[in-house]
Design a protein around this ligand. Sequence first.
Ligand SMILES: [Mg+2]
Length: 383
Amino acid sequence: MIIHLDMDAFFASVEMRERPELADLPVVVGGSAAGRGVVAAASYEARKFGVFSAMPMAKALKQCPKLICLPVNMPLYIEVSQQIHEIFYRYTPEIEPLSLDEAFLDVTASEKLFGSAAEVAKKIKTDIKNECQLIASAGIAPNKFVAKIASDIDKPNGFVIVEQNEVQDFLDPLPIKRIWGVGKKTEQQLHEYGINTVYELRNKTSDWLIQRFGKLGDHIFRLANGQDKREVVSDAKAKSISSETTFATDIRDKEVLLAILSQLSEQVASRLRVKDVKGKTISIKIRFHDFKTITRSKTLFENSSQTMLIWQVVKQLFLDTWQEGKMSIRLVGVSVSGFSKSESLQSELFEQDTKQDTLDVLSDKINQRFGKAKIHRGRKNNG
Ligand SMILES: [Mg+2]
């Protein structure tokens, strides 16, 4: 069985933990309204006012004038993320992180040691609550696709188990947009054929879907039937490390996108250093409002896991692609591949490099050790 764990309103919950006086208040984390910032995370209280992630802060304040807006404190969230991942690691090394606050765990091999997947998920939720004073939602299912939906469907504080023989009953009533790969355009096309639910989708034949949607048709047919063969790929086995963010609303603001890319660069670099590898090829992925997706890459002369270097390449790749006023973006991602073990590539050629390495190690250590991270390089926290 696969467990999908996802922290509830992560950034906002961490901030509220740091400031107990904010409990039960509408809180968001994000950029300032004056700087045309967007909401990065909203507490459940704020969501009651119709405030959601990726909404412009100015609009959020209109929706809820009492809204408490806090700046993004990424080093703190990375530190909490590492704590959470250490808890996961007690129960299995098969962890595939999707973002700072979300991961798949394959617990098949550790069930003898720690009990069923459901028991492990419960223990992890309890550990996170006791040690981090935060709430995670869990979905437990035979595959990734179903586990991810299961963790989301009963948020906050969700705990949903879907056994193999319950998969179809669980999926059937869901709207088709729940299926990975069904974006706005495909959803609309399916609606035009009178298909609104997973049940209605799987009652078509795969040939019928392939004729109309090509490869995607085959893909969504399998998922609708609860079939997902993808394995949990832990960072230890992965050939690349990536991090991406999908926005609830398309973003057209260059500065906001750069702020998000800088956070993603920091996450990826930090995971490279945890895995103790350096990568040679740095890529960005951009998905536009119409789901057209492009990637741009650059290969370095020498492998690296330095936050600053990775961020500089990411920034340049993005700026080379950016066309002001012409781009409306729904997803951005950063990935690093072409690994080598760190030791073999100690760069002594450039004093600058060594300094950056030291700074990264220091920053990782401080992030791990202290409640409030003191080091934050690069951009200001206004994303
Ligand atoms: Mg989350």
